[in-house]
Design a protein around this ligand. Sequence first.
Ligand code: FMN
Length: 442
Amino acid sequence: MSQDKQIHLCGFLVAGPVVHSHAIWRNPAHETPFLTLGHYAGIARTLERGMFDFVFFADRLAIADRYGDSHEIGIRHGDQDATRMDPVPILGAMAAVTSHLGLGATRSTTYDAPYNLAREFATLDHISGGRAAWNVVTSMNDGEALNFGVAQHLSHDERYDRADEFMELAFKLWDSWEPDALVLDRAAGIYADPAKVRYANHKGRWFQSRGPLNIPRSPQGRPLIIQAGSSGRGKAFAARWSEVIFALQPNLTRMGVFKADVAAALEKEGRAPDAAKVMMAVMPFIGDSRAEAEDKRDLHDSLVDPRVGLSTLAAHANADFSSLPLEATVNEIADTGSQGNLAALRSIAGDGSTTIAEAGRIYGRGVMCPRVTGTAEDVAEELISIVDSGAADGFVISPAFLPDTFDDFVDRVTPILQKRGRLRSSYGAGSLRDRLNGAGRP
Ligand SMILES: Cc1cc2nc3c(=O)[nH]c(=O)nc-3n(C[C@H](O)[C@H](O)[C@H](O)COP(=O)(O)O)c2cc1C
């Protein structure tokens, strides 16, 4: 008997006042204590109650000051980069208050050091019992380069070349302890078997590292690998390394095209076309009635200053287009940052005729996350239909407010998905990777 396709769920976060929605910290109903442990611990418990596969932190390594060559707008009005705390320590705290929820963080192959990174994720994987995930990014803009003493960001494709070698080295380090290297024979005084702990001796174009890692192999061996590049080179990289691919596509048609491109890229790498799960970002607005959900959405949108959207768009595109008039089209923005994001933005009007003013509004409201608005039944139905159309394996739930969106989703949509046989009712045993690959079905 064929089983209905399971829906994978990820709770999307930034360790700051804004996620995709720039209205989050302006919630009129209550404060959003985004600098406190309690905020993140509460969200982790909620997502686990809602049977999410994992929580995930996006991250960037600089404030946004590309637009108008100034941080005036971003800092004054609170854009996506105005504050980002380091997600990995927060995941450690989230691990302590949950037992099953996967724990994902973004780290950069352009600015992090492979040895440090391998240690961080091996540690997180140990202390969480096999729940660590790494979103591999190549970073986006010159602001990040300047924080690491580099005058200019590496070129787009060079960043991915470096990322390939970073992955090779990180994998060598994670593999430097065999699974049974740790002996812990207390009576004989044997800690580990040196024959099963190997030097990496990596000498490449970008990195040199002797290894071995100073941490035994972790429960998953290595973190679950997530990637979100959406250019051609980005997809090829994802096809080589990733187990989950995040995408932000503004509509169903583009979701379908993206998923098909990923399947083709995976096959080109010699992997099965469904070897990596594709998870699409969506921002739900849930009400008792459709009208109530639309009111929530409209209130949310009224709190967004389009200028913060422009600040974030400039950071993503790594381009200062402040000299262009607001009536100019997004086609006129030169892009050296995230090519995939700008291509998606151009696709919104089909021919790139979206104006810069409109792009500011779209970006401020939620970057380009498609919104799913209606009753819990409507939202569940729409998510199921996207998955059944073959355009996604699951969703990155991007909050409009915190913790409100996750509370609404978990209290109202999770039970419907469970009743429809699309979401687990308990986690069962196993690692995050096991779960993504099908363990714990309802
Ligand atoms: C849904 C999504 C989430 C992303 N999250 C991050 C992030 O948190 N930090 C970051 O530096 N880049 C992030 N990126 C950027 C990509 O990882 C990638 O480095 C960038 O898009 C450039 O590659 P591309 O031109 O192939 O898209 C994200 C991209 C997408 C589509």
